[in-house]
Design a protein around this ligand. Structure first.
Ligand code: URA
Length: 487
C-alpha cells in the first residue's frame, strides 16, 4: 500500500514544475475545506491516472494575495518533495491566519523563506556560471552549455538567457530539462547526459584564452571567489582550469589591468528605468529633495532628477551609499557602466580597486559614505558599447545641488575628492589634482577636503611598474585619510 492510498484526495501533477496544476487543485481543495493531511501530491505517476478531487464548489471565492502566489511559484522550483504539501498547508492556514507570512518564527513560514532564498541563489548561480561552447559554423552555428542546477529552475531562468543571448541559437542542457532558443522561440526538451556534450576542443581553448584576457585580478579575493563560485561549479567552467595559474600570477596581472570594457545595457535596462520613473516623482528642478531631512528622502527625490539631460539615457540615478553618520565621505566622478546598471556607486572595476586599497589602509567602506559628483552615467553609444564620457562643467555644477545636500545631512569631518571632477564640484573651480594630491584644503564653510586621484587612473596605466608605483601612492593617500578621520 502506498502513502497516497491512505489519503482521501490525490493530486497528480504533470511534472515537477506544474505550478498551474498545483494552483488549480489547491484552489479547489481549499474551497472544499480539505485539510492538508487528506491530500497526496504525486508527480510523474506512471499510470497517468487522473487526480481524485472533490467537485469544485460553485459558491465561495478564494482570496490570495498576488505576493503569495508569486513567492509560491518561486518556492515551487525547490527540489524539496514536500513542497506541494507545505505550500498547500500555508495556503490553507492563511485563510484563518491572514498575517501568517509575517510570523518569521513559524516553522512553515521559516521553510517558505528558506526555500525561496535557495531558489533565488540557484537562479543567480546559473546566470553567472553557464558557459556556452560553440558547435558548428556558419548556418550551423549554435552554442551549447551544460549546467547542473540544484533546483527546478530551468524554465524560470530560460527567458533571462533568451534576452541576454537573443541573437544566438543556444541550448542549455541540464540533467532535468533542456532549454533551447532559436532566436525566436524558447522550447524545452527532457534532461540530457553530460557525455553528449562536445569534447574539450578548440572552441573551449579559445574560450579559455578569452577568459584569460578578461580576467580581472583586482577582483581576486580567493575566499570570496570560492564563496561566489563554489568548487562544484568549477568543473563545468572551461576557465576554471586556469584559475590556479591566474591566482598565482594575479599580482603581476593586476598591474596590467585596464578598465574593463563597457557593455551594452542588458535587456532589463529599460525595465529598471521604467520602474524608477514609475516609483519616483519626476522632478525637473530637483525641488523634490529641497525639504528632505534624511538621506533616504533625498535619495528618493533624486530618483526622478531631470536637472540636466543626463537622466535621459542613463538607466537610473546612482545615489550615494553609506551611513548618515559617516565621518568621511568619498566623492567620485560619475557612475560607470556597471554602476549605472547596478544602481550603486563604485561597484565596477574602479570600485574593486578602491575597495582593495581601502581594505589595505584599514578603512571599512561600510562605515564611510561613497558618492559621486554627478549622479547619472554619461556615455556615448559606440556599436554595442557604452563609452564613458567626462561630465562637463555645467553638469558638474548642476549636480552639485545633490552633493551639497548629501554633505549637509551627513556633516562629515572629512571629504575625499577622488579625481578632478570631484575636486571641481567640491571647490567650485578646476583643480590640478595630480599636482595637488595629498593636500588638505579647508573650505570657507570649514569643510576639510582631501585631494587625491581617481582609482580608474591607476587602472589605465599600461606599464606594470608604473601601475604598481601609482597604486602604492594611492594607498599612502588612503592611509593619510585614515589618520585624518581619527584627527
Ligand atoms: N567611477 C566613479 O567616479 N564613480 C563610480 O561610481 C564608478 C566609477
Amino acid at each position: 500500500m502506498q502513502l497516497f492510498d491512505l489519503c482521501t484526495y490525490t493530486v497528480r501533477l504533470a511534472n515537477q514544475t506544474d505550478f498551474a496544476g498545483w494552483r488549480d487543485a489547491a484552489r479547489n481543495l481549499v474551497l472544499n475545506d480539505v485539510e492538508p493531511q487528506e491530500i497526496a501530491w504525486i508527480v510523474d505517476a506512471d499510470d497517468h491516472a487522473a487526480s481524485q478531487l472533490p467537485a469544485m464548489p460553485t459558491v465561495g471565492q478564494l482570496k490570495v494575495s498576488r505576493d503569495f502566489i508569486e513567492r509560491a511559484e518561486v518556492a515551487f522550483c525547490h527540489r524539496d518533495p514536500e513542497r506541494f504539501a507545505l505550500l498547500y498547508r500555508l495556503l490553507w492556514r492563511m485563510r484563518s491566519e491572514p498575517e501568517l507570512l509575517k510570523i518569521a518564527s513559524d516553522p512553515d513560514v521559516g521553510w517558505f523563506e528558506a526555500v525561496e532564498k535557495a531558489v533565488g541563489r540557484d537562479m543567480h548561480k546559473m546566470r553567472a556560471f553557464v558557459r556556452f561552447r560553440q558547435i558548428g559554423e556558419g548556418e550551423d552555428e549554435r552554442y551549447v552549455a551544460w549546467f547542473e542546477p540544484e533546483h527546478f529552475i530551468v524554465e524560470r531562468n530560460a527567458p533571462f538567457f533568451a534576452r541576454r543571448f537573443t541573437g544566438m541559437r543556444w541550448s542549455i542542457l541540464t540533467p532535468f530539462l533542456s532549454a533551447h532558443w532559436d532566436r525566436a522561440e524558447l522550447t524545452f526538451t527532457p534532461g540530457a547526459h553530460k557525455h553528449g556534450l562536445p569534447a574539450d576542443d578548440a572552441a573551449e581553448a579559445l574560450w579559455r584564452t578569452y577568459y584569460e584576457n578578461i580576467f580581472n585580478p583586482a577582483r581576486l579575493k580567493t575566499r570570496a571567489m570560492q564563496k561566489e563560485m563554489p568548487k562544484k561549479y568549477w568543473r563545468n567552467l572551461p576557465e576554471a582550469l586556469l584559475i590556479p595559474d591566474l591566482v598565482a600570477g594575479a599580482g603581476a596581472a593586476a598591474r596590467e589591468m585596464i578598465e574593463k570594457m563597457p557593455t551594452i545595457p542588458p535587456a532589463h535596462h529599460a525595465k529598471i528605468q521604467a520602474k524608477h520613473w514609475l516609483t519616483s516623482r519626476v522632478s525637473a528642478s530637483g525641488e523634490g529633495g529641497a525639504d528632505a531631512h534624511s538621506l533616504a528622502a533625498l535619495r528618493k527625490a533624486a530618483k526622478g532628477c531631470q536637472r540636466c539631460p543626463l537622466w535621459h539615457d542613463a538607466t537610473q540615478t546612482v545615489f550615494g551609499e553609506g551611513p548618515e553618520e559617516a565621518a568621511v565621505v568619498f566623492v567620485g566622478e560619475q557612475p560607470g557602466d556597471q554602476e549605472d546598471i547596478a544602481g550603486r556607486p563604485f561597484v565596477g572595476p574602479a570600485g574593486k580597486m578602491f575597495d582593495a586599497v581601502l581594505e589595505e589602509a584599514a578603512i571599512d567602506r561600510r562605515e564611510t559614505y561613497v558618492t559621486n559628483a554627478v549622479k547619472h552615467f554619461k556615455f556615448e553609444p559606440r556599436g554595442k558599447r557604452r563609452i564613458h564620457l567626462k561630465p562637463n562643467a555645467g553638469e558638474i555644477q548642476t549636480c552639485r545641488w545633490w552633493l551639497d545636500r548629501e554633505l549637509a545631512l551627513i556633516r562629515p569631518s572629512l571629504v575625499v575628492a577622488l579625481g578632478a571632477t570631484a575636486a571641481q564640484s567640491l571647490l567650485g573651480k578646476v583643480i590640478p589634482v595630480t599636482k595637488m594630491r595629498g593636500q588638505l584644503i579647508k573650505r570657507d564653510d570649514g569643510l576639510r577636503i582631501f585631494l587625491t586621484i581617481h582609482p580608474s587612473f591607476i587602472l589605465r596605466i599600461r606599464g606594470s611598474a608604473e601601475q604598481e608605483t601609482e597604486r602604492n601612492r594611492f594607498l599612502k593617500d588612503m592611509q593619510a585619510v585614515k589618520g585624518l578621520i581619527a584627527s
